[in-house]
Write a protein that binds this ligand. Structure first.
Ligand code: F6P
Length: 318
């Protein structure tokens, strides 16, 4: 291989830039060229490429977001879009591609691999909902960003004897909600993976107040319902007067933690070296602190479950 390209796709996550830098620097180390694809698969279809030489990836290691920008491409889901992308790839003399994104982005990577083009995935999403890796790039930062905000809310909750519902991101997955709930000492984590009974929650709240608790934090994953909806339901079920905080997109931004920078750097180097020795159709994962490769398809076809141990901690600690 003489020229490897890298793109970021789907929701941005802190640490994506460190991964882009690691891919580019590993290419330089191996005396090959690195090309950045702008706006994910959209840029691949349009041939929107930039050269990633040493200065282009200098000073980005700790920057949040992605210098390559990102998109959720509808066009790349079509056969015409994919064929157009392959044409642009071949015109630019690109021999292999690294895709940094979540499981949605890996559908596109798998399609390119199936069309005979060497492609490797790196998991980057704050949701951590990708099978084949213990952590995705950006998850640790998002947890810490949410934690920072929740601890401020906790101060007000305890000062005013209040019930707070803090809504965190996660449409289909509760990793972020569960991790931040344990880290912040919240009483409850409400996640999409488990059924929720408002009646039950209302009874649990009453019991804990009867036992002398004077404030409560509920961490709610956005995929279950909105925090406002939950507040109204708790009001109807038990007359609770909850306050609501929605953290939203602040969880996706900001500079990455050292954990995410190191993870992104390891994964970027490993993905590039794997491409160079002929691997394709696979994703890099970090399992028990060791880098491994697994089939891209696993990322979305096998469900990644929340840790039962973490779930039980919430019950034990509240
Ligand atoms: O996948 C990351 C994520 O931030 C989810 O937690 C959230 O549900 C979704 O993206 C929001 O997507 P969008 O950027 O399209 O609003």
């Amino acid at each position: 291989m003489n020229r490897i390209a890298v793109l970021t796709s789907g929701g941005d996550s802190p640490g994506m830039n460190a991964a882009v830098r690691a891919v580019a620097r590993t290419c330089m180390f191996n005396d090959i060229e690195c090309i950045g694809v702008m706006r994910g698969y959209e840029g691949l279809i349009e041939g929107d490429f930039v050269k990633l030489d040493r200065p282009a990836v200098g000073g980005i290691i700790h920057r949040g977001g992605t210098i390559l920008r990102t998109a959720r491409s509808e066009r790349f889901k079509t056969v015409e879009g994919r064929e157009l992308a392959l044409k642009k790839i071949s015109e630019a003399g690109i021999d292999g591609l690294v895709v940094i994104g979540g499981d949605g982005s890996f559908h596109g990577a798998k399609a390119l691999h199936d069309m005979g083009f060497p492609t490797i995935g790196i998991p980057g999403t704050i949701d951590n909902d990708v099978t084949g890796t213990d952590e995705t790039i950006g998850f640790d930062t998002a947890v810490n960003t949410a934690l920072d905000a929740i601890m401020r809310v906790r101060d007000t909750a305890s000062s005013h004897d209040r019930l707070f519902i803090v809504e965190v991101m996660g449409r289909n997955a509760g990793f972020l909600a569960l991790e931040t709930a344990v880290a912040s000492g919240a009483e409850y984590a409400v996640v999409p993976e488990l059924p929720l009974s408002i009646g039950n929650l209302s009874k649990l709240l009453k019991r804990s107040y009867d036992e002398g608790k004077n404030h409560t934090l509920i961490i709610l994953a956005e995929g279950v319902m909105s925090a406002t909806e939950m507040r109204n339901k708790l009001q109807d079920a038990g007359g609770y007067d909850a306050r609501v905080t929605v953290l939203g997109y602040i969880q996706r931004g900001g500079h990455p933690t050292s954990f995410d920078v190191v993870l992104a750097t390891r994964m970027g180097a490993f993905a590039t070296e794997s491409l160079l020795i002929g691997k394709s159709g696979v994703m890099v994962g970090n399992i028990n602190h060791k880098l491994v490769l697994s089939d891209l398809e696993r990322a979305w076809s096998e469900h990644k479950s929340l840790s039962p141990e973490m779930l039980s901690l919430i019950n034990k600690m509240n």
